[in-house]
Design a protein around this ligand. Sequence first.
Ligand code: ADP
Ligand code: ADP
Length: 226
Amino acid sequence: MSTITLDTIRKVYSGNVEAVKGVSIDIADGEFIVLVGPSGCGKSTLLRMIAGLEDVTTGEIRIGDRLINDVDPADRDIAMVFQNYALYPHMSVYNNLAYGLKNRGMDKAEIDRRVKEAARILEIGDYLDRKPRALSGGQRQRVAMGRAIVREPAAFLFDEPLSNLDAKLRVQMRVEIKRLQKALKTTSVYVTHDQLEAMTLADRLVVLNGGNIEQIGAPIEVYDNP
Ligand code: ADP
Ligand code: ADP
């Protein structure tokens, strides 16, 4: 767990597109922040800069006390959850969860502990021997989240993780993420254009518009003051 500090973050893409115009947010340890706003307002650019998938033009990003502007994405102690999270079809659920940890040379006992802990939290412990094709859509989505959880990162970044799911599954997974948030209390930044998702999940909402923060506050404050 950790704080995330965004200090006057700007992003100028080539062609002089200023996608993010000096955004500052102090994210508390364990806080769940949701970024909302119209298409093109800079949500994914901001998220991708925290992940290290885009360079920051000016400004500073810290995780805890550590300045991470120039740190490799893989070394930022962050896990991302995407909408199209491909599982390895030929591997069991267990190995899907263990794969990244094995690649990092982690010892077997620690891998086993992490996989079983994630499976317990996600309630997929009974499916560890199955291949992804033998799972429902919701179970697959949980395995995908499990791959982020086993990393035991300082923070989670969610890039519209539910946008490709059908309506019923979206609601289920929204509840599931809320439950995980309570259980894990990991600092999170979540991008969505779904207002209900934003209101359900956010400790604080950040409304972006044209690369600036338009409003920031608890969901009830933001949606009471349109
Ligand atoms: P959102 O996630 O809120 O839809 P984005 O962060 O994707 O917004 O985009 C913010 C702005 O930056 C938009 O004007 C978009 O066209 C522009 N943009 C995004 N990615 C690039 C890129 N790779 N090159 C140039 N402009 C980009
Ligand atoms: P896996 O996709 O199974 O986790 P790896 O850990 O080998 O496999 O991932 C390859 C690279 O991508 C590594 O540099 C790893 O740090 C990074 N990576 C993997 N999963 C994530 C994630 N959820 N968020 C951020 N980086 C990740």
